[in-house]
Design a protein around this ligand. Sequence first.
Ligand code: HEM
Length: 484
Amino acid sequence: MVSGNFRLLNAHALTYLTINPGDLIHVTVFGRHVVLANSLSVASELFERRSRIYSDRPELTMLTMMGWDFNLAFKHYDDPLWKRHRKVFQRFFGSRSPISIQPIQEGQAQELLRQLADTPDLFFLHTRNYAASIIMHAVCGHEIIQKNTYLIKLATDAVDTLSEEVFFGAQVLFAFPSRECDLLLEIGILDVNAQLVKHLPEWFPGGAFKVLARETRQVTSTLQNIPVDLVKKSVASGSTIPCLTTELLELPDSKSEDALHESDIKALTATAFAGGIHTVESPLKSFFLAMVLYPEAQRRGKAEIDRVIGPGRLPTFQDQASLPYINAMCKEILRWHPSVPLGVAHSLLAEDEYEGYYIPKDTTVLSNIWAISRDERVYSEPDLFIPERFLNSDGTLNDGDSSFVFGFGRRVCPGRHMAEATIFMAVASVLSVYRISKAKDIFGRDIQVKEEYSSTGLITGPLPFRCSISPRSEEAKILLNNFS
Ligand code: HEM
């Protein structure tokens, strides 16, 4: 066990703390205990085998003040709403969902290819639209999203308030926004009692976070209300909209404790947007970055597509089992730069002991997903992008896995199946028609690309970079023209 006292803690800083994988790291942050599960074996032991006491979430005062407490990801383990909402999520976003998500993913992949053909330089925007459209079509139905394109912006703006304003250190600190932390610390409030700040007036030094909280509350409330209201209106006017919201609205009213009320449906739909956009957009951007930096991986991916699918059509989910290299590439994209590098904080419901170390009740326990992805005992040269690490020598998939990026135990990501399928469809479709390479400057020289990521926030992703995305052959041009 490594122990220390850190004033600021974020994913970037933790890179330097992973020298001792297999161990636990203990830090105190403003006198509070924080423990990092620094390897897969420790994370599995604590979050899975001891899940009964490791599945709570810490109190997140600021998130509640911002109106994000509707989200099941931040709810306490003993909150009946967590159990009820999670059940719905698992049913609808699991591998046997009653809403057919695959046709949405295939259709939106074509839309992504179209947008890349028109404005390839805007590929960051297109990957975000792709991730957002899939989740929004699944939740609100095609018709609503087609008629109300602003909904995608509403959802992404709302989630931006979370990822930009609340960084990891803040999560440990009961989620104060980063820029307010220093001030609150200086005036001694954080040390005294985090709850105290709730009662400070907005004009008080450090009280600006209350203005942010008030403004964000309006956004989170709109995010919950508008999509469901639109679907209800549309159904009332006679439209049939196959989507999560109509499925939930049509469930018979029941007096059982599992019954869903309108407020539950609103919370569930907004939770899907909050969880399913930025987390998926980040690995898709990593994919474009990897293709620029590792042309040999791109060549092998395309060769497999040519061999299995040929030039005349786009990939479908029917092809997935015959594309081991593309599947390995998707696993490696998730491992290479995990989009939620420290997971979502768990909290300990009762005191515990791990290998002789005492861990007090209410300790914040983080899964150090970043450290797990860098464990050299499992992944040789972990900083490199090597899809082959997930393949046997005969080219078939091995047992290797990067599912740790979705967290652990009873709080494991319920959107993981959907996320993996969304990523597969984008990767296979883009590689089937496009060549991704370094962009050129006005003198025709390659513009070098750096592997740089945003280092704060719950969710990380590549910083903007330039690359060239062009049809990879005459057949690809014809294919693109056919569905444009
Ligand atoms: C590549 C994409 C994704 C990654 C890397 C990811 C990662 C994670 C992680 C690390 C957690 C925390 C697990 C834990 O506490 O141990 C989580 C929770 C969660 N994710 Fe995802 N996620 C992704 C996509 C999605 C999608 C598409 C959805 C929605 C459809 C979603 C919805 C959620 C929800 C609701 C939770 C909270 C679960 C709970 O607290 O019980 N995620 N995710």
